[in-house]
Each structure stands twice: as structure tokens, then as C-alpha cells.
Write a protein that binds this ligand. Sequence first.
Ligand code: HEM
Length: 469
Amino acid sequence: MAQQSHSVTTLPSAKPSPKTPKSVPKLAGGWPLIGHLPEFLKNPVSMLSRGWHEQGELFRFRIGPRNFVLFTGPEAHDFYFRAPEDQLNAKDVYQFTVPIFGRGVAYDISPELMAEQLGFLYPALRESAMRRFARIMFEETSRFTDGLGEAGVIDLPHAMNELTVKIASRCLIGEEVRDQVDTGFAEAYHDLQNGINTLGFFLPRLPTAAHRTRDQARQKVAELFSRVMTERRRSGVRPDDFMQTLMHARYKDGRALSHDEITGILLTVLFAGQHTSAVLATWTALELIRAPSYLARIRSEMQDVYQENADMSHSSLKQQVLLEHAVRECERLHPPLILLIRKVLKPLHYGDYIVPAGTLAMVSPAVSHRLPHLFADPERFFPERFAPPASEDKQHHYTLIGFGGGKHRCMGKHFAYQQLKAIWTVLLDRFDFQFDTAFPAPNYGSWVTGPEEPCRLRYQRRSRAGIFR
Ligand code: HEM
């Protein structure tokens, strides 16, 4: 049963129905023992979209022994994101992060304590901090462009990764860590990232070589952060950054955070925010280069915004609405996290259906962002869909879910948007770009969905003087 033409308001209600609950409809296909594994591995988004077309907003499928249910559409998202933690639980699913983030933080502790720890950081993302971050984002991107020369070829995902590690380490951790990016931190961070693999997802403590490297890398990062904190306490220097915010923070019971807890929280934020940003920055470039007429409008908007004041700032970036819409369109078409997962701890009633305990419940930004009754011509890159009067993202609170929702919603969405806009404002001001390799397909083999590689761009420095001082 396809649900292509109904409006949001006609979707089934999430309230428990008085009738005997039914089991969730099953996705057609699948094999004995392995279930839908081969189709899922080949292309999870096309498999899950097929499920929505066949069954609508709720359906189930199996991968090996695990049962999954996908919730699709704004009302189903609303229900999913509002469910209490003791019913839909993130902690059980994200256990593979514990050896990376460490003990006593994030998914190793109760959801309440995790929320208290992340809550310490909200003041460090306030407006005044965002103004300072805008300068850092501009400076780091400018430094990056200085190293590019007149013309050449860049490996785009690699370049965006390098740049966002520098921005994130400086904004989200501290200047001292940024200074050590090229002398050990980037390497240790890379080894930690490699700790996120399929084996680690199922058996995070298995003593493999990759896991040993991961554990040594965490130790190195912990030592580096601890040295920085000890030096700050000794010298009395108090920069305005995440690390310092956590050094000052006190739990409700008055206790200060240990160095290891601070390291773990900083790693949580870095892992949540850096690679995702690099990937969305990559997709944004790819889509813009493929849409030269929209790109020309973005450049003309840049001229308008910066002709009065050639300094990049938080408020100038906010005025770049056309660029904002382009980034949002890339969030829609290429959400870096294509699946969000929770474990059902207590049976869940949705409409006429019951989802049994033990099921893994998911929402998929990549599937939900292609619903044809919400997004006209959903496969098309069309940033104008977010401008009035269409404002397709405003139809419901949860039409766009690239940054999640509810209790676990992303705390860094505004940071990420600002960063992407800053990076591409500077790069587009200074260079013209062309594809050196074909427009890539998504690589579903990794936790964060970037493009298949190789993915290279040719660039040429623009002849006229730039808009920035
Ligand atoms: C393009 C970049 C980004 C994307 C696409 C993204 C996406 C997401 C999504 C989908 C979630 C929800 C995960 C879930 O429900 O399971 C999330 C959570 C989170 N994000 Fe982001 N994020 C980005 C950047 C950032 C940045 C820059 C930061 C830090 C400043 C950040 C910090 C976090 C944290 C700490 C959480 C966990 C919140 C919790 O579980 O309570 N993210 N992000």
C-alpha cells in the first residue's frame, strides 16, 4: 500500500487504540536465518524506502537474529522522539562507543547523568561563543586556502576532514589541542575513529589488533587532554572553551568532574560533531558544483552581504539565506546519519500496532527526507523548497530530522550550519571548482554516510580580489 498522496493530518494517530493490538506489518522478501541482510547491505535506503511504499509508516524486518521496526513520517517521528528513555533506549544501542568515549560518560551512564553532563556544554554554544567561533572558522579556512596555491586537485572528503578537525579541536576543545593536531592528536583521533567498525559494534571489547590500537589511542588523547588541564590549573589561564567550561562545572551534588570524565565528554562531542560536519561539507560542495546557476546566486548573495562589511561574522553568515537553504537541502538529501536506533525496553503501542520489547526501533532521515507527499520531486536538489511560500520543512516539527529530535537531538546543529557556511563562503570566494571524478554514490559501508571515493575536485584560484579583507 503506497502512501504517496495523503497529507500529514490523515496519518494514523499514535494513541493506543482500544482494539486488540496487531503486530507491525512485515516487509516482503527476506531469507531464512539472515532475513533482509543482503538487501540491507546493498542499499539500506532503497530497501527501507521500498518498505515505506509497501507498508506505510511502520513496518518490520529482520537482519540475522535481530528484529527491526522503522518509523517513518512526521507523526511517527514525533512519537519516536517523545518516547521515554525506559521504553525506547539509546544507551543499549550505542555501547560500542564506550571504549572510545570512556567509562563514566555518555552511553556508559544513566540517561539522566548523560543529559546533565551534556547540559554543561550548552552555555559554551551560546550566541557570544558562536560569534567567536565564526572568526575561528574563517581563520582556519583561510589558512587552509593559503596552502592550496593557484590551482590543483583536492581529495574533497579528506580535505573537509582535515579542516573540520582543526576547527573542531580549536572551538570545541581548546587552542592547545589545535596546536598539537599535526604533532600527534590527528593521528590518535584517526586511530580512535577506526575503532568504530562493524566488529566493534557487536563485540566492542574483543581483543583484536584494531581494538588494541583504539585503546592505546584513547590513552594518548587522555594524557594530552590531562596535560593541558593540569597546565591551565597551574598557569591560571582560563580560555573560553568547552574544556574550561567542563573544568568549572559541578554536578548537582557539588562534585567537580574528573579529568577522565572531561576527556570523555569532549570526545563524545568531537565524535558527534566533527566527521558528520566534514561529510555534510563534502556533500554541500558536490551539490553546489552540480548546480552552477544556484551557485551563481550564492556568490551574488555573498557580494551583497559582504560589500558593506568585509569581515566574516556570525551575523553576516546568518544573512546568507540562499547558502543556508543549500546546506539544508544537503541535510535533506544526504543526511550524514541515515539511521537513528533505539532498543525497545517495554512494549510500544503505536496506533493499532504493538512493537515488542527487544526490537530495535529506527527512524531513517534518509528515507523520511524523500517522502513525496512532503517534498516535491524529492530526488531533486532544489534549495528553493525551503523559501516561502513553499517552506516545505515547516509543515511539521519533524519533517526534517537530519539532526535528530527529542531528548537526544543534536546540540551542535547551529554550530554545524555556521561552520559549513563559513567554509564554503571562503572557498567559493577564492576558488572555482570542477569535478575531477564523477558525482559519487553514497558509501553506506560506514557509520557516517559520505560519498564513495575517489571523490576529487579540480580548483583554480579566482583572478579578482576576494570579498574578505
Ligand atoms: C552536520 C553535522 C551534524 C549532524 C548531521 C549531526 C546529527 C546528529 C543526530 C542525528 C543526532 C541524534 C542521534 C540520535 O538520536 O541517536 C545528534 C546528536 C548529537 N550531536 Fe550532532 N550532528 C552534527 C554536528 C554536531 C556538532 C557540531 C556537535 C557538537 C558541537 C554535535 C553534538 C551532538 C551530541 C553531543 C549529540 C548527542 C545528544 C544526546 O544523545 O543527547 N553534533 N547529532
